[in-house]
Every structure is written in C-alpha cells, then in structure tokens.
Design a protein around this ligand. Sequence first.
Ligand code: MV4
Length: 494
Amino acid sequence: MFKKILVANRGEIAVRVLRACRELGVETVAVYSDADRNALHVRYADEAYNIGPAPARESYLRIDKIIEVALRAKADAIHPGYGFLAENPQFARAVTAADIAFIGPPASAIQAMGNKVQARKLALKVGAPVVPGVYDTLSDDAIVAAADEIGYPVMIKAAAGGGGKGMRRVDVREELTNALARAHSEALQAFGDDSVYIEKAMTGVRHVEFQILADTKGNVIHLGERECSLQRRHQKLVEEAPSVALDENLRARMGAAAVNIAKVANYVNAGTMEFLVDRDSNFYFLEMNTRLQVEHPVTELVTGVDIVKEQIRIASGRPLSLKQENVVMRGWAIECRITAEDPFNNFLPSTGKIIKLSEPTGPGVRVETGLYEGMEVSLFYDPLIAKLCVWGETRAAAIVRMRRALSEFHIMGISSSIPFHQHMMESTNFMGGHFDTRFVEEKVVMEQGADEEKERIAAIVAALLTHERRQTALTIPPTNGSNVKSWRNQGWRS
Ligand code: MV4
C-alpha cells in the first residue's frame, strides 16, 4: 500500500479522497491556490503546499508544480479527483514518468476513451448497443449525407468533447451547414480539435450511467447504475441509484455491456459508462468517463462499496475487494448538488462570504462539502459547493429524507440551489419517477420577461417575510417547507 498520497484537487472531492486515505492509514498531501489558503482540504491533510494564484490555469492545472510538490513531499501516488487534470492523459503520463502512481486509469485508456468516436467503435466491437450514427469523424459533405440516412433530428458532437460540451441538436437539414460550422469552431476553441461526428438525436430518453471497477489482474465488475436525467445545460442537478427505468434484467444486460466495453479498452481503475435508455427500455452506449464522478456517493450508499478506496487499492496493484456476485444494491440513494447559483435568477452564479453554515446530519444523511464559515465563494472555480446525499429503504423514504435534510441545510451569505431541490422533491413528476433528460429545462421553467420580474419580486417578498418570522434566513431564497408553496406559485411548473 502507498505511504503517502497527494490529492491534486480542491473542495469537497479533495476532502472525500483525503478521508479515504485517512481510513487506509495513508499520509496525505494537499495542494492549494492562493484563494484556498484556509480551505477544508488544506486543514484536513497532513501537509499542504501552495501551488500558485487563484486561477486554475496557474495552480490546479499546473502539472509541473503538482509533480514538483509530490516529489518534494515524497508522495508515492497522486489522486486527481474529478475535473482539473483528472482526464488529462499528459498528466497521467507525467505522473507515471516521475515514478509516482497515478490513481486512475492508464494514460492510454484516458486517451482512447477521450476520443468519443473511438469509444463508440470499442462498444460496437463488443456488440454493445450504440446510439445510431457514424463511427468516424467525417467531412461536412459526408455528414450532411449521413444525416439524411440517419434521419432528423440529429446530434452533432465534438469527437474530443464529452459531457454535452460542443454538442448541438439539429432538427432540419436547412440548419445543418450552419450548425456544423459552429460546432467545428466551438470544438476547436474548447478542445483544440475541430473534428465532429453525427448521431441520431434520441428523444424522450433517460440518462443512465454504470459505475465500473477494473483491477490490474483483469477483474472487471459493475456497481449498478445511476439515474442522471435531471440536468440543466449539461450540469447534473439530482442523481439517484438505482434508476426507476431499470429492472433486474435490463440492469444485468447494461451492466454486462459496460463491463465488456471496459475489458476491450483494457481499462483499469474506476470508470463510468454513459447510456441513454428510451421509453421502450432500449439502451444505447453514449461515452465513457475515465474518472471518479461527482455522483459516485449514490452508488456507494446503495452498494456499500467505497469507490475511492477501491481506486487506491487498484492503483497499488491489489485485486478488487469484491466480485460481481457480491455486489448488491440495497435501498435507494439520492444526491442533490448544492451549487452557489441563484435558481430564482436563471441559476446565475452567486458569490460572497459564507457568514453562517448549518449542515444536515442524522439517519441516512451524507454531506460532502468543502464549505466552512468565513469561506469566500468566488468565480474562480466550479459553483458546486456541497453534495447532499441521502439513503432510504425505498425511493419514497429517500425523497422524504431528502426533504428533511434540505430543510436542515442553511447556507447564509450566498444564494444556493437548495430551493430548486426543495421544489424538485415536491414535484409530482419527480415523485412518480416520470422524467427524462429534458425535464428540468422544459418542465421546470421560470417565465421570461415581465412575468419573471414579477415572480422574482414575489420571491424576494416571501423571503423577507420569512426572514422577519425566523430571524435567521439572511439570504434569498428561503429554505423552509412553507416557502416551497410560494415558490410553486411563481411560475414553476411540474
Ligand atoms: C445525446 C442525447 C440524445 N441523443 N446524444 C448529454 C451528456 C453527454 N454525455 C451526452 N448527452 C446526451 N447525448 C444523442 N444522440 C441526450 C443527451 C443528454 C441530454 C441532452 C439534452 C438535454 C439534457 C440531457 C441530459 C442528459 C443527456
């Protein structure tokens, strides 16, 4: 086992990984930017090193500085968390070249799966169902021809993209040329690679992903699925495990597909296979994420497997701690991503000092956070500030528990997505499990224009009234149950 692990990340995920290290008896090293001097991950780690100014490009993305710190601190492994350098094959390669273990997949696997067309080819090779479309990046003329064959609507995606970045839906042929031009330039801008591919745009589908684990001995297992359909502009907001759309049979078939794709890719460590599931329970492979995901806790809550510990075991050359037949999903888990965004104002990022913080606890509640009183929430990093996860025997019990936990979560000084989640947990469609990938954007809307302004004012008045009554809620929006009603009356539809 490793003696000392450096965590090349910040915020809640850095703390999450440090905790796994602590439980394994491994010493820890944190790195931090100027903005994170007092951060939780810095305080939690045994040692911490400043790696530069607040902008990520000058700190958390500095491969050279991070490796320099790892060598200086004599860390024998690096965990990248998610985001930042987690899916950068150059980083994985540089870490390995410095004779430090990379707690993640081999650089070759990151690279192979980083190309989404190549990932589709691998899935095709093992006979896994793949979203209908092409298996090559084509010239624009060939794409136009392919679109006619596939049938509209189609989806144009950046080959080097992923996670919905550089993706656009085209409904009619007349829009395709224009869409292609924009897709190319966006892809070039974002990924330094302008190649795009085309797929059929699937509608009325759910976004379901499978967690897989692969060790260096050739063992590959899956830990079941996560339902990730509730997203807004490709940012997931709520995830749950299992998915209401799957039964044992479908789970077994999708799990087998996920495992087979991982095997053909010679994949090692933790990874996620993304699928779409249509109304007739057909499933289609989309892409693979070669990292620990934000929403991994819901899988941990229903399987009891510590995914981060497994990652560390795998990287140290040990076999997986369990076999497929020992994986059991029990009960139901839900995660609400708490972001520093104002759901009353089109999810506008919110900044400021956390002046008061009170986090939920109690039965079946898990809070992953980097928050502390006095923290400055800035625009330098991702707006994700906490993850509220709950477990219950049943989906209904988990929803009730999530409502209870949300009502106990008080973050003062900034706006947060908590009221959105309270609204979602009261939504009859959510409660009934009736939603797909377009639910948040199409069914949960703030009206535009004058109405929006009126609603906003109503929300502020409601919040001020709450403030007077409770003498606690210094921020808008409110967080207690009674206000969920006023919120529902403000033009949110569910
Ligand atoms: C799609 C799709 C429908 N058809 N591809 C989004 C994340 C990225 N990994 C893949 N994504 C999607 N790809 C085809 N061919 C639907 C999604 C999708 C989505 C699309 C619009 C709005 C919300 C969405 C949520 C999840 C997945």
